[in-house]
Design a protein around this ligand. Structure first.
Ligand SMILES: Nc1ncnc2c1ncn2[C@@H]1O[C@H](COP(=O)(O)OP(=O)(O)O)[C@@H](O)[C@H]1O
Ligand SMILES: [Mg+2]
Length: 261
């Protein structure tokens, strides 16, 4: 990453509790523009919660998240613990329109596969014809074009994951958040997804935050890796440094495939 690249997202001192359990503890994270940031960690580390906060679906209890240079004409948008419900707050709508979140179990609307892709485009003002054309091209790219007119609920897990990627390709948001995108994909689907992710970064200038437990996936796609363990980011580093010179012993053991207890 070049020293001049700007950080699109900057989280500082983010904390989140569920009841008395502190799930995120003092998170500092920077997401450089036009790069892939992987949040790596085991089950229950807090990855999904962190992604939901960065993706404006949930507010933090403490700390701030700022978004720079994303909304045209507005340099910085910040939200903090005083924002109770960022997902519903109209103030954040222009920012939300520049983002797409894809979760492990993708939210699928009860309609055709094609409508699931065109929906987001039409919501952003695109004509029906243009939205369909772009959506069909995206369904082709992910290999499920022949499913376009099928009901989306009839897709297999792997096909549903491809549908999420098609939405991203059609919409080309500035920020893409993916939660364990390859969890339900076979090796072929995983390779396709990872190639498309690199294409979105390199050719479409998109910025992605990808959550995974898979160190091999992190190695293949990450520009930088943040290792989340028990709600703390233990280490954040460019990919090669992270894997070849981990500074923290827990990172070193995780990367070596040892169980962290
Ligand atoms: N809405 C919620 N209410 C209560 N506890 C939650 C909620 N969401 C997540 N948690 C808890 O927070 C911890 C972190 O969850 P999560 O962010 O889903 O971890 P990960 O994605 O790394 O597996 C887990 O112990 C989980 O049970
Ligand atoms: Mg999760």
């Amino acid at each position: 990453m070049s020293a001049t690249s700007i950080d699109l997202i900057t989280a500082r001192g983010v904390r989140k509790r569920f009841g008395t359990r502190e799930v995120l503890r003092d998170i500092d994270l920077s997401v450089p523009a036009r790069s892939i940031t992987v949040i790596l960690g085991t089950n229950g580390a807090g990855k999904t919660t962190l992604l939901r906060i960065l993706g404006l679906l949930e507010s933090a209890d403490e700390g701030t998240v700022s978004y720079d240079g994303i909304v045209p004409g507005i340099s910085t948008v910040t939200y903090d613990a005083s924002t109770r419900n960022p997902a519903q707050d109209p103030h954040y709508l222009p920012l939300r329109r520049q983002m797409l979140l894809a979760f492990q179990h993708p939210a699928i609307f009860s309609s055709s596969v094609l409508s699931n892709v065109t929906y987001g485009l039409q919501l952003r003002g695109m004509s029906h014809a243009e939205a369909e054309e772009r959506s069909m091209a995206a369904l082709h790219e992910v290999g499920i074009a022949e499913r376009a007119h099928q009901h989306a609920s009839s897709l297999s897990g792997g096909e549903a994951a491809r549908l999420s990627v098609a939405r991203a390709l059609a919409l080309q948001p500035q920020l893409l958040f993916l939660d364990e995108p390859s969890a339900s994909l076979d090796p072929y689907g995983t390779k396709l997804l990872e190639d498309l992710l690199l294409h979105m970064r390199d050719d479409l200038g998109m910025t992605a935050v990808v959550v995974t437990q898979d160190i091999f996936e992190a190695r293949r796609v990450a520009d930088q890796v943040a290792f989340l363990h028990e709600g703390r980011i233990i280490e954040q580093a460019p990919r090669d440094d992270f894997f070849t010179h981990p500074r923290d012993d827990r990172t070193r053991r995780f990367v070596a495939g040892e169980l962290l207890v």
